[in-house]
Design a protein. Structure first.
Length: 238
């Protein structure tokens, strides 16, 4: 519904050649009657993930390069809240079961309950997170690789959007970074907009991702810790 695969083709055609950070080399990017085709550089020998501090520096470079320019140069880029209604509908469907599964901590349940019925509002507040720039849209460590020389490459650009850069930073933290390192990673990113403005929407995304973690699993426990930390950063403001 969001035409994400064609967005990724357009990313490799129009943005990747000038983006200013390391992305996979693209050998073919086509739209056909049967869908889209991408043939990309094989990075299977690169180390999965990246050091979060290094990753934050890469995101900072990307965001500062295209601040106040990306949405003008590529007006087809989606806005941060383009899928607000879809996300709200999905959250409304899954939250009751998620809250009842028994392994969410009290702060996470409290935050989820406060977001129920207010997801569209949370998505809309992302725009107050600072200047609009080019964002990856799913900047988790799972979508990064580290090369032999330490270069970090960002993969999977189907969620590329025009939004405040701190959205990428917030999702990096909530999806991938232990809370004890959050301040270090934020410092490595450098000056940015008010991260608390984007955290409610990022928590919604995190709760939807938590649905895929089996109840009581280590993965679910790690999501809980990171979501608690995000809720704590928001405090009573939401």
């Amino acid at each position: 519904m969001l035409d994400i695969f064609r967005s990724e083709v357009r990313f490799y055609r129009e943005i990747a050649p000038v983006i200013g950070i390391r992305v996979p080399a693209c050998y073919q990017c086509d739209e056909t009657s049967r869908g889209t085709v991408l043939v990309l550089e094989d990075l299977s020998t690169w180390q999965p993930g990246a050091d979060p501090v290094t990753a934050a520096g890469v995101l900072s470079t990307l965001h500062r390069r295209w601040e106040q320019q990306a949405h003008v140069r590529w007006p087809w880029l989606r806005a941060a809240d383009a899928a607000a209604d879809l996300v709200a509908d999905l959250f409304g469907q899954v939250w009751p079961g998620l809250a009842a599964r028994g392994d969410l901590t009290a702060p996470v349940i409290s935050m989820g309950a406060r977001l129920a019925g207010r997801v569209t509002e949370a998505e809309a507040r992302v725009r107050y997170g600072g200047p609009v720039t080019l964002v990856h849209g799913d900047a988790s460590l799972q979508n990064m690789r580290t090369g032999p020389d330490g270069d970090v490459v960002l993969l999977d650009w189907e969620d590329v959007s025009a939004a405040p850069g701190v959205f990428d930073l917030a999702w990096l933290l909530v999806s991938s970074v232990v809370p004890a390192r959050w301040d270090e990673v934020i410092d490595a990113y450098g000056p940015g907009g008010p991260i608390a403005e984007v955290l409610p929407a990022v928590i919604v995304q995190g709760l939807l991702s938590l649905c895929d973690a089996p109840p009581g699993s280590g993965d679910a426990a790690a999501w809980n810790l990171r979501l608690e930390a995000a809720a704590d950063r928001i405090g009573s403001a939401w």
